[in-house]
Design a protein around this ligand. Structure first.
Ligand SMILES: Cc1cc2nc3c(=O)[nH]c(=O)nc-3n(C[C@H](O)[C@H](O)[C@H](O)COP(=O)(O)OP(=O)(O)OC[C@H]3O[C@@H](n4cnc5c(N)ncnc54)[C@H](O)[C@@H]3O)c2cc1C
Length: 502
């Protein structure tokens, strides 16, 4: 093994997709020794797989989808995609499955296609009065455009007010805890850009004419119908990346929470992490790549003056937290269904989305024939009523809500668990609009790089996190550490957008 003491060292905060990608790219393309510090006990960050009594849970339901050939090649290099001539998932573990995307909306105790389609079942499900109201509302929105000053107006312009009220208003408030009239329109333009009644009509027409675009290049992302998925859930890909990093000589220190980033003469000189027993370790470094939340990073920096405004903006950056209840049930009241996930639009429950893990990958479920392994997703804020509930009370609530909306019968839950995720969503309101102040300050430290979702406070997907890490490594390779625009601007000019409503 090479003598790492002669090499430069990059300390990386976080073993999520961004941190792991950065480490592997450094090992593949440079002579820099990466040391990842991860506060959790498993790798994968939000994209990890949680194991519970023989079942595996994806906290969120992570579709692997990207328009970047570089990202697709990277995934394929670690875990080959299921192909007719490729690995057989029955025999091999390291394989990416091709999965059909089937997701519907549950509203008025009925199922509707997501995105809504103009078919008989939709009209009969909504009823004539609602359909006419929605139709006139849409036509009115086409002639009476609202200024796009809020997310509410963004939706109304694309769907009309009645459809917005039915399908977006309550759900968006569940996700963000804030009414859409108080949220910025940029959330909509980033997440559901291009999706509208006219996009749905175009998609239907092109299918009718047989012009379906398999690679999705001209299909709005919200309409994409197939994605790839690791056999054992998203964490499997990241566990494989971690193994590769260690086999190439990189280090990953688990249960090591970064608490101090020491700056001397304008550069990061060392990073200190606390282990689970509270012991501190200081690691000297030449580069520091941070995928930890911007808010936490600012509080860790010592040895340089941080302007008061920067501290204030960072301290007030908003996030939304997230809880998943895993419920193993013997059956659904409506029988077996094929959906990967279902948006719960019912206003009388707090439940936001329901995952059916059997349909993501049968290999996630211990007894896929006899049981259904469900993920019930709740959006919340750290410290609120949902967050404070005991595990038992929370699981009871989740079970009660599924019964209330008619999806399961009493007594059919066989086993259950709950997982809490802090800072699952970097949010776009409040001090987010002054984020540039923080970014400008961080960019004055040449060997400090902000990568990933919370690392850049960008509400984005795994591939975005990976691309920020890849750009960061390219900047380090170039030796010009003063221009980090390529890393901060990943995706913004591309045609990429996420595929879900949340
Ligand atoms: C409900 C939900 C559904 C999603 N669905 C999809 C999807 O379908 N497709 C998709 O591509 N993406 C999806 N995403 C987004 C995806 O989860 C993220 O984009 C991705 O995990 C971000 O990777 P990251 O490495 O930037 O950050 P993270 O995954 O957040 O990883 C950051 C890591 O840093 C660690 N860390 C934080 N602070 C410290 C510290 N002080 N010291 C040491 N370590 C620290 C954390 O423990 C964590 O492991 C979804 C997200 C959610 C919440």
């Amino acid at each position: 093994m090479e003598n790492t003491s002669q090499k430069k060292t990059a300390v990386i905060a976080g073993a999520g997709p961004a941190g792991l990608t950065a480490a592997l790219e450094l090992l593949r393309h440079t002579n820099i020794h990466p040391v990842i510090l991860e506060k959790d006990e498993v790798v994968g960050g939000i994209s990890r797989t949680v194991r519970y009594h023989g079942n595996r849970m994806d906290i969120g339901g992570h579709r692997f989808f990207s328009k970047s050939p570089e990202v697709l090649r990277w995934w394929d290099g670690l875990m080959p995609l299921q192909r007719p001539e490729g690995p057989d998932p029955e025999k091999e573990d390291r394989v990416m499955l091709r999965r059909p995307r089937i997701s519907r909306i549950y509203f008025l105790r009925k199922f509707f296609d997501y995105p809504i389609t103009m078919k008989k079942e939709t009209f009969s499900g909504l009823g004539l009065r609602r359909v006419l109201h929605a139709g006139f509302g849409y036509l009115w929105s086409c002639i009476h455009r609202l200024p796009e000053t809020s997310l509410e107006n963004f939706y109304i312009n694309r769907f009309g007010r009645p459809l917005y009220r039915m399908f977006f208003e309550a759900y968006t408030e569940k996700v963000w805890g804030i009414h859409p009239s108080k949220l910025g329109a940029d959330w909509g333009s980033q997440r559901v850009k291009g999706l509208s009644v006219s996009a749905v009509l175009r998609d239907m027409l092109s299918k009718a004419l047989g012009r379906k675009d398999r690679d999705g290049a001209h299909v709005e992302t919200s309409l994409i119908e197939e994605f790839i998925y690791p056999k054992y859930g998203p964490g499997q890909l990241w566990e494989t990346a971690a193994e590769e990093i260690m086999s190439l000589g990189g280090e990953i220190l688990m249960e090591s929470e970064i608490v101090k980033v020491k700056v001397e003469r304008g550069e990061v000189k060392s990073v200190s992490a606390k282990d689970k027993d509270g012991n501190l370790t200081e690691i000297h470094c030449d580069y520091f790549l941070s995928s930890m939340p911007v808010k936490d990073l600012i509080t860790c920096i010592e040895g340089t003056e941080i302007p008061v405004e920067v501290r204030e903006v960072a301290a007030k950056l908003p996030y939304r937290d997230f809880i998943t209840a895993g419920l193993c049930v013997n059956k659904l009241k409506i029988g077996r269904i094929q959906d990967t996930w279902i948006y719960i639009q019912e206003r009388d429950v707090k439940l936001g989305r329901l995952q059916i893990f059997n349909n993501w990958s049968p290999y996630l479920v211990k007894d896929c024939e006899e049981t259904l392994w469900l993920g019930l997703e709740y959006f919340c804020s750290e410290g609120d009523e949902l967050w404070q509930m005991s595990d038992d009370d929370f699981i009871h609530l989740a079970e009660k809500e599924l019964i209330q909306i008619g999806l399961i019968d009493e007594g059919c839950v066989l086993d259950a668990c709950r997982v809490k995720v802090k800072k699952a969503y970097p949010a776009y309101f409040g001090s987010y609009y002054s984020l540039n102040t923080v970014k400008t300050f961080l960019d004055t430290i040449p060997n400090l790089f902000c990568i990933g979702r919370n690392g850049q406070h960008r509400y984005n997907n795994m591939d975005h996190s990976m691309l920020t890490a890849m750009e960061c490594v390219r900047i380090i390779q170039s030796g010009n550490l003063t221009d980090k625009d390529a890393m901060w601007n990943v995706n913004t000019e591309e045609e990429y957008h996420e595929t879900k409503k949340s």
